[in-house]
Design a protein around this ligand. Structure first.
Ligand code: FES
Length: 147
């Protein structure tokens, strides 16, 4: 084997032995970029979750998959101009609570725990309050801030 053929053969061998590593690195960079795109909303920013007309029509704005996770927004029972927002995942066993306008209470359909608009437990078996979010109105948009 002459020198030129040897170098060509050795170069092809070296390259083929590195291809799996290059493919893996390319995949990791690609996944990293995708994850950055999905988490571009910072939890400390207000994000739109719907329109005030939807909220007023049904009494609550329930969004199971917003940028900050599940969120339920209602008008504050003590100040109808203010909004109250909670994570509607029941702290007992994880069912989604529903706002009952006539009782001004979030009620869990699974075991009937009750929560105030500010997330406080009114009736068990749940013992922990619903996590709350800051909420505001901007024009017709309802905005919620994650933490
Ligand atoms: Fe809500 Fe049990 S899951 S009361």
């Amino acid at each position: 084997m002459d020198r030129r053929k040897f170098l060509s053969w050795a170069g092809a061998g070296w390259l083929s032995s590195r291809l799996p590593i290059l493919a893996t690195l390319t995949h990791l960079v690609s996944c990293s970029n995708n994850n950055q795109a999905k988490t571009s909303t910072r939890p400390d920013e207000f994000v739109p979750v719907g329109e005030i007309e939807e909220l007023d029509k049904s009494g609550q704005l329930l969004v199971e998959q917003s940028a900050i996770g599940p969120v339920s927004v209602v008008r504050s029972p003590t100040d109808p101009q203010a909004l109250a927002a909670v994570n509607p995942t029941c702290t007992h066993q994880g069912c989604l609570v529903q706002w009952k306008s006539e009782r001004k209470t979030f009620v869990c359909p699974c075991h009937n725990s009750g929560f105030a608009a500010d997330g406080k437990v009114l009736e068990g078996p749940a013992t922990k309050p619903l996590p709350t979010y800051a909420a505001k109105l901007e024009g017709k948009s309802v905005l919620v801030k994650g933490s």
